[in-house]
Design a protein around this ligand. Sequence first.
Ligand code: SF4
Ligand code: SF4
Length: 438
Amino acid sequence: MLKQILFGISLLVTLGVFAYTMRQLFYNFRFTKPKKLTDFGQRLLVTFKVAILQSKIMRFPFAGVLHALVFWGFIVILFGSIEMVFDGLAGTERMFSFLGGFYDFLTGAGDVFAFIILISILIFLARRLFFRVQRFYGVEMKPVSKADANLALSFILLLMVSLLGMNTFYLLDASAAGRPLVGNYPVSERIATLFQGMSPEQLHFWHEFNWWFHILLIFVFANVLPYSKHFHVFMSVPNVFVSRIEPLGVVDNMDSITREVKLMLDPSLAADAPADAPPSRFGVADAEDVTWVNYMNALSCTECGRCTAVCPANITGKLLSPRKIMMDLRARMKEKGPGLAKNGLQYDDGKALIGSYISEEELWACTMCNACAMECPVNIHQPSLILDMRRYLVLEKSAAPGGLNAAFTNIENNGAPWQFSPYDRLKWAEDLSMNNID
Ligand code: SF4
Ligand code: SF4
């Protein structure tokens, strides 16, 4: 009974802290702009392909396959973790064994996956610690970003060691105590041969130790994740579901501007047009101007750097890094969110996303090639956020680079980006012989 009480208290504390953190993070969605989702069937297909089958991550085959195995392994192992929670609350052992053959399959797969994940994490850690993988570096990758990645990998490593330890000592403990063995443990069976000489008391102690160590580690890890880039463990699947399904090059129009242009082209529409309130801001200047999808993107970024590795601006030495743009939005929302919650949308802390976090130079370096969005394993669309920040600079600050300002003026005056009158457009053809064809 004492075990059940202790377990219940640990579970309540875990859920309480987790709910508190989630409330902080998700409260910030209130300050974002709306964005409509359509085509749910297509979204489900994209989620299956990109999130479940991990299709985009396979473009780097070695790391991709290992990551996919870790992801699929986690899904299988989740079954065992849920069983542990029920066992902990009810004071039972291997409660789901009534599932028979299916239980044997899941426990067997979980045991094998625990070993595969353990090896994969050792490789990931070695890559980070001993090899200079270029995309793990960059101005945005501060020491804390690296420590965060290494800490999360160490957590997962310990989780797998304790899971295999729990299975191993479960086999030995249950056999020594004459309890029936349930489930299937192909890897742990082999490890168990190393511990044959231990006394029944020692076997029972190490079984209990690994059980508690594993479940408490899950509880602590679940509460560390939201403060880490590994929050993508929770966010990546929903993020892929809400991600853009239009072709990458399609540019979203600004509704308010589209309406104005239509009215200019056909003033007769003005009589029927509803008098919309002017938008509070054109484009994005700060965290509260982004849509909820932009913010979700920022929460889902794995900081993998695949976007920055293919960004032509970054490769040619410009300041722009699409990974930094997403990390900056996440950091800015975290910084300003509490103030917005307390003082409302008018709150101003004297800083902004543009200027304090992201420079104009970074924004104008983007070629809108969409390579970053193409590569992102969680389907983040960085160019749309960059474009919206540029829109703010142009429409509210008139702060476009000189060349663009000249093109804008020409479009306004001549209907084309060139400095020639529209009446002169066909001058180039005046001397052509085909003019004389009658
Ligand atoms: S769209 Fe912009 S940020 Fe993305 S890869 Fe191309 S240049 Fe880089
Ligand atoms: S935006 Fe996408 S590709 Fe870039 S670092 Fe984040 S998750 Fe990786």
